[in-house]
Every structure is written in C-alpha cells, then in structure tokens.
Write a protein that binds this ligand. Structure first.
Ligand code: BG6
Length: 505
C-alpha cells in the first residue's frame, strides 16, 4: 500500500468503451469518486471503441443509463465535461496516430500530465493486439523502468478485466504479452470480488481480532464453503457463455471464488503493504492441490439449468438461449472441492460452488467448525448443528455466528442460535460498489486488491484437470437442474459422500 491515500491526476483511457461495463460500472464508479471528492483534482476519461459517437452522444448514452439510479442532473453536466470519446479500432496500427493525438490534447486540456490509466474492457481476444499497440506507441514512457510508488514520476498503468486466459497456457502467454510493455507493479488485473466490502472486511475480521485466528486452522475447522449463486440466467450473453471462455468454472470459480478462498486461507501478512498481502495470497494459490484425473468425478460437479421458475417468473433453459448450442455441455453451475496442501489446512476441504438460474442471489462464505471433542449433552447430541461463521458478502452483508444455546425452561433442550452483525444496520449505508474502490486504488497505485500473475496462473492449474475431464467426458444428463433450484443433485451427493451438506439459506 503506498503511503499516499490520494489518487493522482491522470487520464483514464477505456478500450471497449461502448460495452456494458463502461456504462454499468466504470462511469458510475468514477462519478461516485468525483462526487465524493475522492477523484484526483485533474482527471479525464477517454472512451475508445469502433462505434461512431461524438463526445456529446457518448455522454448522453452514459447519462441515459445513469439517470435511472444515481446522478443529479446538474452535477452530471459538470462531471460529463471530463468524459470524452474517440472512435477508433485500437487493435489496428493505422488508428493509433489519432488515438495518440487525442490522448495528448486531452492531457493538455485537463492538466493530467503524463499519467495514463489504460483500462481494457472488451472481449479477451482483443487484449493482446491492444497491449501490443500500446507498447508500440510512445505513450508508455516508463515501461519496465517503473518501480517506485512514492516518487512523483509520471506513471502509466494497465487495468485488465477478466477473463484472464482460458487455460494455463493462454494465461501465461497473456501475462508475457503484458510484461513486454508493463512491469508487474504497473499491471492491475482486476477482480471486482476483491473490491467487495465484506471480502475486505474478512481481512479485518481475521487480523484485527484475537478471537478468530486461533481457531482458523485444521484443528478446529471442519470445512469451508463458498457459494456465489445467481438467479439470473445468461441473459443475452449466450454466445459468450457457451464459448471456450465461458461456463461457471471459468467465469466465477477460477476467478472470483478462488480469490475469496485465498483471503480466507492466507497466512497473516507481515504488514498491510500490497506486496506482503500478495505474497501470502500467492502461497495459497501455489498450495492448491492440482487434482488427478481419476479424482475429478468425486470432487467436481458440472450442472446446466433447464427451464424453471424463479421468484414467480418462468425462465427458459440454457440451451434455448441464442448463441447456445442445442447439445451444449457448458457448465452453468460448478461445484468443486479444493484442498490446500499446507500445515494450516491439511485435511480441510474448501467447497466452492457457483451457478446461474438458482434459487437465490447470494454470495457467502461459511466456516464449519468441528464437533466438540466430547459430548456432555448426550441425549441431545444428534441434534447439534456444527458451529458456523457465516460471512455474508451479498445481499445480506454481515457476519453471523451460529452456536448452540439452551432453550428456556426446565430440562436441557439445546438449539442453535445466531449472533448477527448486519452491515447495513450497523453502518447505516449499503456496501459501496467494488469498482469505485478498485478504480481509486489504481489511481493511487495500490495493488493490494489486484491479482498477481502467479495467482492467476496457479488458479488455472488447479481447475484445468476438471475442465479437461469434462471436455473428454460429455454428460448425457444435461440439463440436470431446473432453474430456480439449488443446483444438481450430484452436488448434494458429492457433499453427502463426505458426510456434509450445503448451506442453502
Ligand atoms: C462477472 C461474471 O464477473 O460476475 C458474471 O462474468 C456474473 O457472469 C458476475 O454475473 C457476478 O457479479 P456479482 O457482483 O453480481 O456477484
């Protein structure tokens, strides 16, 4: 973490600016930072995409989306003066003279100096050619020379969205392409789950308290579950989702959920400096067991949703979506058991699952504790529930501790009770959107919440045997869960085999 909380002046260049992410997440996040005084004094945004828009048309398109929720019109007019657009094909060398001229004139007009934040927000096949074009331009003055976070030399940084590769080889290749232009300290591989308030709170829970950490190991913890369930289907993203980059394993588990796992499992860092935190996270990724082919059927479940009903609305099956093959084998649901081969976590399984079209929108971590070593309340023993710490990330943000208590009255009846820290009740605000936090961090040079190349490469290694197995062994039972349910029964069977069950609130 740099010693500076202030974001530095910069021009933010968004490639793929006509896409959904810009209007849904990036512009709202920048507006929020500007509105709350957290944006740098001098900054501007240059959106680049192939569609032809003028600055005003682009601003209007952003406003149309934003006005539904969060902006005040007069403030927006003020903010919008910082937002610009340039139509170009940034994968083509011919268009770069124009891009560079526009970057130069905006930097001059807005007084942003030579600090540039490149943001890649488009389909992954364009990452490599654009990075190469950035490298060929003379915009990156520091490149691999850049290393200091404390001096005031101009900087150029790159933010790269997921998917970061589609398998171990393509991830290494992309990392090498990036490293040819930007050093690791200037590379921000973004994962919006790390920007979620309750994921950050997890570090505070673990490392600012003395009561949890002594229990946080194989001696007391039986297993850990991380769930990210969504009620939506693939919603117009059928062709992407059914492509080699798609599916729940790649879209959610390899990326977001393994990041969450790493924060649950990391050792206490020696300081809160980004480098120290990332060092500990990398160790977790390196210790992830790479499954053997013969283990896959026991530790991983692929699901795909068929038609069903969610919250009273009918949803068509995955295969009925445009762009999805009628015999598609894509996982819209994945459950996988991970093992972390370290002293702390030996023998403690981490079960991760994520699915579309499920019963509830929910992201949570559940820590299940082992039973007491001796049972004093024998007649009640069968009814004991495992002690749990439930960390609700969304929508019920908070931390809940479940333990056994005595039911009032004569005799000794025992029932589980809940101690509940509810984020919204406590702080009287909704948790902020992760993108504002993460964008702010990029502008102040804090990589704590961004992924190091080693994390990504090791995460791919851990899931690839499952993806290979699935490719070689098509399932004839797909679709195997109805929209609006908690996923395929095979996932319950996987848990039951280990004497466990999913936490389905
Ligand atoms: C994205 C995935 O990264 O995360 C989407 O590509 C998914 O498929 C989304 O819907 C979920 O994010 P959140 O913040 O709503 O849990």
């Amino acid at each position: 973490m740099p010693n500076n909380l202030l974001a530095s002046d910069c021009l933010i260049v968004i490639f793929g600016a006509s896409g959904d992410l810009t209007k849904r997440k990036l512009i709202p996040a920048l507006y929020h930072l500007w509105d709350t005084g957290m944006a740098p004094k001098n900054f501007a945004v240059l959106g680049i995409a192939r569609s032809k828009f003028s600055d005003d048309e682009f601003r209007d398109a952003m406003y149309e989306f934003s006005k539904k929720s969060y902006v005040d019109e007069s403030k927006w007019r003020e903010f919008a003066k910082k937002v610009h657009y340039h139509a170009a094909d940034s994968t083509k060398a011919d268009d770069w003279a124009g891009i560079q001229a526009r970057v130069g004139s905006l930097a001059e007009d807005h007084g942003t100096g030579r600090n540039l934040l490149f943001y890649l927000s488009m389909a992954p096949q364009f990452f490599e050619p654009i990075i190469q074009q950035i490298g060929a331009s003379d915009l990156v003055t520091e490149g691999r020379m850049f290393c200091s976070l404390t001096d005031d030399k101009p900087w150029q940084r790159i933010v790269i969205e997921k998917p970061f590769g589609a398998d171990p080889e393509s991830a290494v290749h992309l990392n090498n392409v990036v490293a040819g232009v930007f050093d690791e300290a200037s590379t921000y591989r973004i994962d919006h789950y790390l920007g979620k308030e309750l994921v950050q709170n997890l570090m505070v829970l673990r490392f600012a308290n003395s009561m949890f950490e002594p229990l946080w190991n194989r001696q007391y913890i039986d297993h850990v579950q991380v769930t990210a369930s969504e009620t939506v289907g693939v919603e117009g993203r059928g062709s992407y989702y059914d492509s080699p980059n798609g599916g729940a394993m790649r879209d959610m588990v390899q990326s977001h959920l393994l990041q969450v796992l790493s924060v649950v499992a990391m050792e206490p860092p020696v300081s809160m400096q980004a480098e120290d935190i990332r060092t500990e996270k990398i160790k977790v990724f390196k210790a992830l067991r790479v499954p053997k082919e013969e283990d896959v059927p026991n530790i991983a479940v692929r699901g795909q949703y068929g038609a069903g009903s969610i919250e009273g609305e009918t949803l068509e099956g995955f295969r009925e979506n445009d762009g999805v093959a009628p015999e598609s084998q894509t996982d819209t649901y994945t459950a996988m058991q991970f093992n972390i081969d370290t002293w702390r976590w030996g023998g403690v399984p981490f079960y991760l699952r994520s699915g579309k079209a499920m019963a509830k929108k929910l992201t949570e971590i559940v820590i299940y504790f082992k039973p007491t070593p001796h049972c004093l309340f024998r007649e009640e023993a069968k009814k004991y529930k495992a002690n749990q710490i439930v960390i609700g990330i969304q929508p019920d943000a908070g931390v809940r501790i479940r333990f056994e208590g005595k039911v009032p009255g004569l005799g000794m009846k025992i029932k589980d009770v809940l101690m509940d820290f509810n984020y919204v009740e406590q702080w009287k605000v909704e948790p902020p959107d992760g993108y504002a936090t993460l964008l702010h961090d990029t502008m102040r040079g804090d990589q704590t919440l961004f992924k190091h190349r080693d994390e990504i490469e090791n995460a791919w290694e851990a899931v690839q045997p499952v993806l290979d197995y699935w490719k070689e062994n098509p399932q004839d039972d797909l679709p195997n869960y109805n929209a609006g349910t908690w996923g395929p029964s095979a996932a319950d069977i996987m848990m039951a085999r280990d004497g466990r069950y999913w936490h389905n609130p």
